[in-house]
Design a protein. Structure first.
Length: 263
């Protein structure tokens, strides 16, 4: 049922778990599938640049096999957070970030562009297009952002940051769980991001079984005491729009730290 919110583990379908995920806040999701533990865009501390964490604190997971980084913006590639992860993990990131990640002590780093397909850590990782400004800091050039389709028995699509683009239509029917950004950390979203409406339209384009809205309600500028209404309302607005535009998709709204299991 679209728009449902479930605390703890949610079960759909038949007897053995194919994919489990825990949303840790912002774009950070812990995924367990194909016997692999993966983490996306890890933000594992209480402050990133001028942003502070307003969701519950998160503990760095002890066992991670695979790290997926979508792009180099500081709220997605946070060096202090990466230092909290095991250096034995395979790191997949946009091409051009290999040297930076190697300096952090990661010895198995794969630089990718959209369209690459890798067999890593016991699962399959396919990179997807992402319509988002590259760069880090004030620079606008640099490694091109990507999204990821991960999994064999069951698949999860992690969009990273992207605008709505028809290039993602090739994913239709291939996704079990889609992790879609629906907000940000400010009062409005610039180009290169999914609004709740754009995210709902993307559901119609890619046709996942389940969608989990992320990238909302976690970070806030230091100068801002109260949440932005648009940020708080974003996942619920997304669920309402999805009910109309993609009623066949099961939307699950999680809070940071909550989990979902697809059977």
């Amino acid at each position: 049922m679209s728009g449902s919110s479930q605390r703890g583990s949610t079960v759909v379908g038949a007897p053995s778990a194919a994919l489990s995920l825990t949303w840790l806040g912002h774009a950070t999701v812990l995924l367990e599938l194909d016997g692999v533990t993966a983490i996306t865009d890890p933000i594992l501390r209480n402050r990133v640049a001028h942003l502070r964490r307003v969701a519950a604190p998160v503990t760095a997971p002890a066992d991670v096999d695979l790290v997926l980084i979508s792009h180099a913006h500081r709220d997605h590639l946070d060096v202090p957070s990466l230092r909290r992860l095991p250096r034995s993990a395979v790191v997949v990131a946009p091409r051009g970030l290999e040297r930076m990640l190697g300096r952090l002590g990661f010895t198995n780093v794969a630089g990718v562009v959209a369209g690459d397909k890798l067999d890593v850590a016991g699962t399959t990782v396919e990179t997807t297009d992402a319509d988002h400004t590259p760069g880090r800091g004030i620079g606008k050039g640099g490694p091109e952002p990507v999204g990821y389709l991960i999994g064999n028995r069951a698949t999860a699509y992690f969009a990273g940051d992207t605008d709505l683009t028809p290039k993602l239509g090739g994913l239709h029917g291939r996704i079990d769980v889609a992790l879609l950004p629906v907000s940000g950390w400010g009062p409005r979203l610039p180009a290169g991001h999914l609004t709740p409406l754009a995210a709902a339209r993307l559901l119609r384009l890619i046709g996942p079984r389940v969608a989990v809205p992320v990238h909302w309600g976690t970070l806030r500028p230091l100068y801002r005491r109260r949440p932005y209404p648009s940020d708080v309302e974003a996942p619920h607005r997304f669920a309402q729009l999805a009910e109309s535009l993609a009623p066949e998709v099961d939307v699950r709204i999680l809070q940071p730290g909550e989990s979902f299991t697809l059977e």
